[in-house]
Design a protein around this ligand. Structure first.
Ligand SMILES: Cc1cc2nc3c(=O)[nH]c(=O)nc-3n(C[C@H](O)[C@H](O)[C@H](O)COP(=O)(O)OP(=O)(O)OC[C@H]3O[C@@H](n4cnc5c(N)ncnc54)[C@H](O)[C@@H]3O)c2cc1C
Length: 412
């Protein structure tokens, strides 16, 4: 009997290898990884702490041409199943803020080690430095071509990931393998990615971290909102809150329809009226210069930048000469500092690829190709991307589980 061949030793591929091996024995599973080691991207997840799932994982947390595609796989392998699965591997987990699930030890390396050790212990053969170059459907299976040999597979699972973050192994290989046998691919663009804005306005605030509410607007209409920590960079805005909505900037960038702006509410806990009142009090204090006027309200460099942006320079001038209209302008900037957007920081900086293999040609129950028998796919190679917060790894586990169940059906 020819083995089940899994292309890609990342999150989905490793999990699928374990799921298959637990059902039919590892000797019937062959895992091919083109890099010298499996799981390179997995190691980098959650800044090395691996946000491996989210208790809220459900259709609304996913994007793609048909987000409902995730429904079946997610309902058959839920975040609770993820927790039990990792528990069975020896990885204890904990739920943190916003339902994010992490290993208790906060180490992505532990998640990877336990997956790899389980695959090894079950007898899965893993070949690294082995890039799959092509798939050739044959009667009753698929020929899998590497640089040096042709392997006959009873079924093949393409879990080659997306093209985000090339330094961690992101590439177009998975799409290329599948489009070469007739699958269609939707447009690819970065997701969970930093936002590029006009540079001059933010030059002086580079390196500052603060909490804010971010709003991306196209032609003045709100397209995405997020709240949380941001980090000003020389190219634009980074940090979790920016990455969360970076997909919208990237999607706009590839279409270039209309103008996109990013508004920052730097004092989200205060209303505009409260900010204005506070500014009036600050301006009225005797013997104060504009240089320190916002000290204690926002970070010093950020405050000075906004005072200049409001046209209140020179900073050495007294606060008492600021007019009511000027104070209103400053309050508006604190509540709605608007920067023009030029796009995202790009695919290499992104955590996830939006777009991918068109799910219209894939069975959502089994992850099987509807076009080519014996071909399955899982993980990021599909036109599915999740929000930031553990949803992408949950998709990797759930889709791997659905594929593994189907590939081993009839073999058990
Ligand atoms: C910096 C960073 C942090 C992230 N943090 C999180 C997080 O905390 N939580 C979360 O849910 N998601 C996170 N993600 C996203 C998550 O890592 C991915 O969505 C997930 O790894 C996708 O799993 P996958 O198995 O589909 O692809 P991958 O994990 O990318 O694995 C694909 C594997 O296939 C191999 N491969 C490719 N082509 C071939 C070929 N031709 N032949 C053989 N092998 C091949 C690759 O080398 C790779 O090892 C993060 C991503 C990045 C980049």
């Amino acid at each position: 009997m020819n083995p089940i061949v899994i292309v890609g030793g990342g999150a989905a591929g490793l999990a699928a290898a374990v799921f298959c091996a637990r059902r039919v024995g590892g000797e019937r599973v062959l895992l091919l990884e083109k890099q010298p080691r499996v799981g390179k991207k997995l190691l980098a997840t959650g800044n090395g702490t691996c946000n491996l799932s989210n208790t809220a994982a459900a259709v609304p947390c996913y994007h793609g041409n048909n987000p409902a595609f995730v429904s079946s796989a997610l309902s058959r392998f839920t975040p609770t199943d993820t927790v039990s699965f990792f528990e069975s591997l020896g990885v204890k987990t904990e739920v943190r803020e916003n339902g994010r699930i992490y290993p208790l030890c906060a180490q992505a390396a532990a998640v990877l080690d336990c997956l790899r050790e389980e695959a090894d212990a079950l007898g899965v053969e893993t070949r690294t430095d082995t890039a799959v170059k092509a798939l050739r459907p044959i009667k009753g299976g698929v020929n899998v071509l590497t640089e040096t040999e042709t392997l006959c597979a009873s079924a093949v699972l393409v879990a080659a990931g997306g093209m985000a973050s090339a330094s961690l192994g992101g590439s177009t290989d998975g799409y290329d393998l599948l489009t070469a046998i007739g699958h269609r691919k939707t447009p690819l663009f970065p997701a969970i990615v930093q936002i590029r804005t006009e540079k001059e306005a933010i030059k002086a605030v580079k390196g500052i971290r603060t909490d804010a509410v971010l709003t991306l607007k196209r032609n003045g209409r709100t397209e995405a909102v997020s709240e949380g920590e941001i980090l000003f960079a020389d190219y634009g805005v980074s940090g979790p809150a920016a990455m969360q909505i970076g997909r919208t900037a990237a999607d706009w960038e590839r279409r270039r329809q209309g103008e996109m702006t990013l508004s920052l509410d730097l004092l989200p806990t205060l209303s505009y009226a409260e900010v204005l009142e506070d500014l009036k009090r600050r301006a009225a204090r005797p013997k104060r210069t504009r240089e320190t006027m916002l000290t204690g309200l926002v970070q010093k460099r950020l405050g000075q930048t906004l005072i200049k942006a409001a046209g209140l320079a020179p900073l050495s001038d007294s606060t008492q000469t600021i007019s009511e209209n000027e104070l209103k302008r400053l309050a508006s900037l604190l509540k709605q500092w608007t920067l023009s957007v030029s796009g995202s920081a790009g695919m290499n900086a992104a955590q996830v690829t939006a777009g991918g293999i068109d799910t219209a040609d894939v069975d959502p129950e089994t992850m099987q190709s509807l076009l080519v028998p014996h071909v399955y796919m899982a993980g990021e190679v599909l036109d599915i991307d999740g929000e930031c917060g553990g949803f992408n790894l949950q998709w990797a586990w759930s889709s791997a589980y659905a594929a593994a169940q189907a590939m081993t059906e009839g073999l058990v």
